[in-house]
Design a binder for this molecule. Structure first.
Ligand code: 523
Length: 153
């Protein structure tokens, strides 16, 4: 019975993983305007809720990173962006997803937090003063690079 339970548990776990054949890539947008970068506060899941992130989401099958970035920002912030250079290094999450941050240039509309708890424009000094506990873990590594981008802006 123990073996049977193990077999069933293993099979269903594997089944669930196999049905998720979406790409492992996640894109995140560093929208810079007037010397500030836009961070958004996640609404979910519980362990990330209330933490700041570069807005974005998963790349869909057959979609370029640039197209995914534009779609996610349209869905989440109601604005049009064009993807630019990469920011920092890709970050691999424990679950295998790989996060890629890109500069994103505003081409239309004004960002509004449609799916996040809140959004805020941060200067480099404000980023440096952010408590890292209030930042989504994967995004913490990008802060120094974002400060460089803002200092150059
Ligand atoms: N992150 C993350 N930082 C960050 C983003 C945009 C995403 O750590 N700046 C993580 C959080 C999730 C995974 O990447 O573990 C997917 O991001 P999510 O939930 O924003 O993307 P969605 O909405 O496309 O994901 P699904 O609900 O799974 O479709």
């Amino acid at each position: 019975f123990v073996t049977m339970g193990w077999l069933i548990a293993t099979r269903s776990a594997r089944g669930a993983a196999e049905t998720d054949d979406r790409p492992k890539d996640v894109v995140a947008a560093a929208i810079v305007d007037g010397g500030r970068v836009l961070l958004a506060q996640r609404a979910h899941p519980a362990d990330l809720a209330g933490k700041w992130e570069l807005p974005g989401g998963r790349v869909e099958s057959g979609e370029t990173h640039a197209a995914a970035l534009a779609r996610e920002i349209r869905e989440e912030l109601g604005a049009e962006v064009e993807a630019g250079d990469g920011v920092g290094k890709p970050v691999t999450l424990p679950n295998g997803l790989v996060l890629h941050a890109y500069r994103a240039h505003l081409r239309g509309g004004t960002p509004v937090a449609l799916e996040h708890l809140d959004m805020q424009w941060f200067t480099a000094d404000e980023l440096r003063r952010l408590d890292l506990d209030d930042v989504v873990p994967a995004d913490r590594d990008w802060i120094p690079e974002l400060c460089v981008v803002l200092d150059e802006a």
